[in-house]
Design a binder for this molecule. Structure first.
Ligand SMILES: [Zn+2]
Length: 134
């Protein structure tokens, strides 16, 4: 597709698994800068928290983070954050069992926060759901 070659001139193997038709339909009129897109794509390809590399092409157009499958916290990282918080949810200040809590990023990924224990906070399920989850 000519639009793809113009918008994303650098070929990468991940482009094979992208559904280009719907993206073309939605963004063919958009004012896109191929050099700017390429710089961002290259950066995201090097980001180890981005686990779904093909989703980068959808993300740079739609800005929907779910397409990147940002790395989830491991059980060990959750455990470390839980101990640090002594089991207390930072939002409602109540105490919960580990199994009743969910992990979130303290600094969100899109603001430069990494998926590491130091950037992990455990929220009770209700508060995690209320903020939309990370
Ligand atoms: Zn809570």
């Amino acid at each position: 597709m000519a639009w793809v070659k113009v918008t994303f001139p650098k070929w990468r193997k991940e482009m094979r698994s992208v559904q280009w038709g719907p993206l073309y339909n939605e963004f063919k009129e958009a004012d896109l800068d191929p050099a700017e897109l390429e710089a961002e794509i290259s950066m995201l390809m090097q980001d180890e928290d981005v686990t779904k590399k093909a989703g980068i092409y959808i993300y740079v157009l739609s800005r929907e983070e779910r397409h990147l499958s940002i790395r989830a916290f491991t059980d060990n990282q959750k455990r470390e954050a839980y101990e640090r918080q002594t089991g207390v949810c930072p939002v409602c200040k109540e105490h919960f069992e580990l199994a009743a809590m969910e992990a979130g990023h303290i600094t969100p990924w899109h603001a430069g926060g990494r998926t590491i224990a130091a950037n992990c906070k455990m929220l009770c399920k209700e508060d995690n759901r209320r903020k939309g989850g990370v």
